[in-house]
Structures are given as structure tokens and as C-alpha cells.
Design a protein around this ligand. Structure first.
Ligand code: ES4
Ligand code: ZN
Length: 331
């Protein structure tokens, strides 16, 4: 219909998608076969029609990490990223910043450079083949230690710059309970000294979210907040976000599954107050919706105006970490 054509035609940017969250049951089965592995139980229970089974963040993560065991070689990481970028291109996504979790692989014996090499070669190929611009955001798993995060950043800093040039940002994800942003103040400070852009997940159903948002902004000094819609409860933090051009990367379908609230009301209110809100897909293979499906959900289930959907995509280009020359072309 008209709406679907409008969403499809709109030039888009995606700023919150986890590469490991792009692993479909079908691709996992292909990779397991190629690597002569048994399919992890969390994958064999899923099928291409029903998808993975979970009902909140904890049960999601319990399916998510075991499924990654099929990722072994640079080619596996390459194929995962290429499959996603092919879909992104088909949805008219012009710029994309992709999260990845090195510790989910190094902790099971896959080297840091295997991961970076595989993802980087796919991003380079997609930039050439599709004319999309893309970069990587390396996340620390917040339920691992601060030392482990520091080891991961050291791995990044010790590789030749030419092999890590697509990594432009640092993020923080996984289980937020009892893992506040302040746990990672030191490692974020070092990343900032090395000119990485910074962001952190501040999930919406956690205890102490406002204090976590405050820590992310003031201790980690992040440039964006992932999810972060609980900022709606603090006029001070909203003012700070507006004044410092701190954007929010919200993920409606993901939120509707892991928290049973897609936060449509908050997304609209914050947008109308002037916060740079964007819509994104999070873990599309698990939540079964890419960027267009997330935008369609928001349009169908709220009174957002089409002009506001355009504004959210302009926000995404504005708060992206693309280089300035490319930004001018995108806007
Ligand atoms: C995630 Cl939905 C969500 N929350 C926290 N960490 C994540 N990593 C991948 N998806
Ligand atoms: Zn996320």
C-alpha cells in the first residue's frame, strides 16, 4: 500500500543493529554444517517459521550466546554481515553502524582478529557493491568484568590501524542488571582518548535506569544512548540530551518482545520535545523485523505523522558517525 511504499522509498540509516543478532536459524544451520558441528540446542529448537523462543532479555540472551558457537572462521563472520547488509540495501538503507561483541567470540577461543577480519571484509564489499556506507561499533559485554573490557580494547589498539579502520565507535550491551555504566568509566576514558565515538545501552526495563542514563552521559561521556527512552522521566536529562545533541536509538519491535512495551508514546513525546530520536532494529533475526518493519509498526500503532518519520531518518543521518563528506551526500 501507500504506507509501505513510503517507508521503502525513504532513504534510511540504521544505527542500532547487532551483527550477532542477524544470525537467522537458517544461516546458523548452514554454518554448523560447513564447520562440521552439531547445531546448538537453542538453534535446533528454532525453525525458520517459528524463529527462536524467548520472552524477556534474560531468556533472549540464553538463546543468543549459545547460537553464536557456529561462527568460527573469518568467512562465517563475513557471510553473517553480508546477509544482513544485502537485506539492508534492499530496504534502501544508505548508512549503517553495526554493533558486534568480540568477547562473545574470544571467550570461546575465536581470535579477535578473526572476528574483525571477517566483518570488515563484508563491510568493504557492501560499500563497493551497494554504495552503502557502514562502520562497526565494538561493544563490551557489561556482564563481563571491567578487566575483560580493558583486554578487549587493548586487542583493538594493538592491531595495525589499517585492519581496524572500520571500527569507529565503542558501545556497551548485554545484561544491565547490577552492571551500571560506571563499572566501565576507565575503559571508556581510554577509548575516548583514542578518539572513538561512544554509546551505551540504557535499557528501558531495568532498575535505576535514570541513574544509569546519568552515569552514561556524565561518567562514560557517551555521544548517544541506545534505547534510553526512560529519559522521559527526567526533564534535566532531556535538556542535557537536547543541548548536547545526544541521540536515542530506539528499537520498537525488540522492546515489544523483551519488555512487552514498544514505547511508541515515549518515542513520539521525546521526538516532539526535540530529542534526536531514531528507530532501529536491534536483533532482526531474533525479533523478526528489520528497519522497515520497525518503522511500519510505529506508524500503524501510533499517530506519528509521515513528516515525523522523515524527521527521524534525518535525525539518524545527523547523529550518525559518518565522515562529514559522506554526511553531506546523505542529508
Ligand atoms: C541485546 Cl536486546 C539486547 N539488550 C542488551 N544487549 C543485547 N545484545 C544484543 N541484543
Ligand atoms: Zn541493542
Amino acid at each position: 500500500d501507500d504506507l509501505e511504499g513510503f517507508i521503502q522509498g525513504l532513504p534510511k540509516a540504521e544505527l542500532h543493529v547487532h551483527l550477532e543478532g542477524c544470525l537467522t536459524p537458517d544461516l546458523a544451520a548452514r554454518l554448523a554444517k560447513r564447520n562440521n558441528m552439531n547445531l546448538p540446542e537453542s538453534v535446533s529448537k528454532a525453525s525458520s517459521s517459528t524463529g527462536f523462543a524467548f520472552h524477556d532479555l534474560i531468556s533472549f540472551l540464553a538463546v543468543y550466546y549459545p547460537a553464536m558457537s557456529v561462527l568460527q572462521t573469518p568467512q562465517d563472520f563475513h557471510d553473517l554481515a553480508m546477509d544482513y547488509l544485502t537485506i539492508a540495501h534492499s530496504q534502501n538503507i544508505r548508512h549503517c553502524e553495526l554493533f558486534f561483541d568480540p568477547q562473545a567470540h574470544t571467550s570461546r577461543g575465536v581470535t579477535f582478529s578473526t572476528v574483525v577480519e571477517g566483518y570488515s571484509s563484508a563491510l568493504t564489499k557492501a560499500q563497493t557493491d551497494f554504495g552503502i556506507s557502514c562502520s562497526l561499533i565494538m561493544c563490551f559485554l557489561r556482564d563481563h568484568s571491567a578487566d575483560s573490557a580493558m583486554t578487549t580494547l587493548t586487542s583493538l589498539l594493538s592491531l595495525p590501524k589499517s585492519t581496524t579502520s572500520l571500527i569507529t565507535g565503542i558501545g556497551l550491551d548485554s545484561d544491565e542488571r547490577n552492571n551500571p555504566p560506571s563499572k566501565f568509566t576507565e575503559v571508556f576514558a581510554l577509548a575516548r582518548e583514542h578518539n572513538y565515538n561512544l554509546t551505551a545501552h540504557c535499557d528501558i526495563d531495568q532498575q535505576n535506569t535514570l541513574s544509569h542514563i546519568h552515569q552514561a552521559l556524565h561518567d562514560l561521556k557517551v555521544h548517544r544512548l541506545d534505547h534510553g527512552t526512560n529519559i522521559i522521566d527526567s526533564p534535566d536529562l532531556i535538556d542535557y540530551a537536547i543541548k548536547h545533541n545526544i541521540g536515542l536509538t530506539t528499537c520498537p519491535i525488540s522492546n515489544s518482545i523483551v519488555t512487552s512495551d514498544f514505547k511508541g508514546k515515549e518515542i513520539l513525546e521525546l521526538l516532539r520535545e526535540g530529542v534526536k530520536v531514531t528507530v532501529n532494529s536491534d536483533d532482526p533475526a531474533y525479533f523478526r523485523g528489520y528497519l522497515s518493519e520497525n518503522l511500519l509498526k510505529l506508524v500503524r500503532e501510533t499517530d506519528v505523522m509521515w513528516s515525523e518519520v522523515v524527521r527521524m531518518q534525518r535525525n539518524a543521518f545527523e547523529i550518525s558517525w559518518v565522515d562529514e563528506e559522506r554526511r553531506v551526500m546523505l542529508l
